[in-house]
Design a binder for this molecule. Structure first.
Ligand code: ARG
Length: 394
């Protein structure tokens, strides 16, 4: 079985010139007005929407439709293990905002609403929808907060994943400090203007220094990670209307940092470093030095977030919550689309209950999609020589 969006089968290409599909609009509105009974009968609304699409090629969501659509898009996100709390998503309606300065100001606001204190809240900021055939505002970055990667003679300093994007930023005038955890600037591109770079203010970036509960040397590795993962280049599609700029965040599951970002060979690649600190025999694989280093690195991440009073969850707890979510949804008579290859945590898979079963694979809408063009921009593909002189904003 091949389902778009599963196991590297590309999702359907988005055609930004196509008008809103009345059938998809109707399907969404029927779902929304059934699930949110206080919205009343759907028929009058359907008539209005059909007429709007016929006249303009698209239609405008009410606030209730927007909020419910965003929450259901999360509920349908088959790769997300954290969906138990889908109803609690805070939706910031930013549809009236169009200038780069205003967009950036509200991205900063998003990060403050999401992680101002230690209680991280799931938040989405929804900017203007794309109108068929017209240019739209976007952010190039994959996430609002990410670390630069610099190629040097001694190898990469920082996050190797962002070396091309960092090169693009430097070509656009960003100096870069050459450190291992330099927060990248945000690139906002609005129609009719060159893309602009903005530096996030300190107050918007909460970071946690990583130390270990028992191993004193761990802190001297100088590791840290940002507290809020905020995906900023996925398109939100609700009822046939596309929102290309709709950054959203949850809180971290420890393994995303400890078993991927800091551990993957093509990211910070720290397992050999941690194994060395632990004095492990790395001369052959059967000593399981990688596994032992992985456990201590992940303990350090979880312990450090807890010490900082910052919200994070572990993969055992999050797996239990996901099964609770599945039970809730089954009670409500809804299938739960899920991608095993993403749901199962990247360490100790078989020690979590989500490993021991199969899931329903389906592309249910509303949903979030990563377009290939957006993915390319996040890899630095947007820089043409003419842009190299774009000024750096504060
Ligand atoms: N895995 C990504 C990262 O390490 C974040 C993806 C979203 N994660 C989340 N907990 N909402 O930055």
């Amino acid at each position: 079985m091949t389902v778009p969006g599963y196991r590297n089968v590309p999702a359907q290409e988005w055609d930004p010139a196509a008008p809103a599909d009345p059938a998809e609009a109707e399907e969404f509105l029927r779902l929304c007005y059934t699930e949110v009974s206080r919205l009343g009968p759907v028929e009058p609304r359907l008539a209005v929407v059909r007429a709007q699409i016929a006249a303009t090629g698209t239609y405008v969501h009410t606030t209730d439709e927007l909020v419910w659509g965003a929450r259901v898009a999360w509920r349908n996100a088959s790769r997300c293990i954290g969906r138990l709390y889908w109803r609690s998503l805070t939706v910031l309606d930013r549809r009236r905002v169009h200038t780069a300065d205003e967009i950036f100001r509200l991205l900063v606001r998003h990060l403050q609403v999401a992680g101002g204190g230690s209680a991280i809240r799931p938040v989405i900021s929804i900017f203007a929808p794309a109108r068929p055939g017209r240019p739209y505002a976007r952010v190039w970055n994959e996430q609002l907060i990410r670390y630069a990667g610099y190629r040097t003679e001694e190898g990469v300093v920082g996050d190797p994943r962002y070396v091309p994007f960092t090169d693009a930023m430097r070509a656009m005038g960003w100096p870069g400090r050459g450190g291992p955890f330099d927060v990248l600037p945000i690139v906002v591109e609005v129609p009719g203007e060159s893309p602009r770079l903005f530096e996030l203010p300190e107050k918007a970036v909460v970071e946690v220094p990583i130390a270990h509960p028992e191993l004193g040397w761990f802190e001297r590795l100088g590791l840290r990670w940002h507290a809020v993962p905020a995906i900023s280049n996925m398109r939100l599609r609700i009822g046939g209307v596309d929102y290309p700029l709709a950054p959203f965040n949850g809180w971290y599951m420890g393994t995303e940092i400890g078993a991927r970002n800091l551990a993957d060979p093509d990211r910070y690649n720290l397992l050999p470093v941690v194994a060395h600190g632990l004095g492990l025999d790395t001369s052959h694989e059967a000593t399981l030095w990688r596994d032992r280093a992985l456990v201590e690195l992940n303990r350090a991440v979880l312990w450090s977030f807890h010490r900082a009073g910052m919200k994070i969850s572990d993969h055992h707890t999050e797996s239990e919550r996901f099964l609770a979510h599945m039970r809730n949804e089954e009670k409500a008579g809804r299938p739960v689309p899920a991608d095993w290859t993403w749901i199962v945590p990247p360490m100790s898979g078989g020690a979590t209950p989500v490993f021991h079963r199969y899931y329903h694979e389906a592309d249910q809408r509303p949903n979030f999609y990563l377009d290939s063009e957006a993915a390319a921009l996040a890899r630095g593909a947007g820089v043409r020589p003419a842009l190299a002189a774009a000024p750096l904003a504060a």
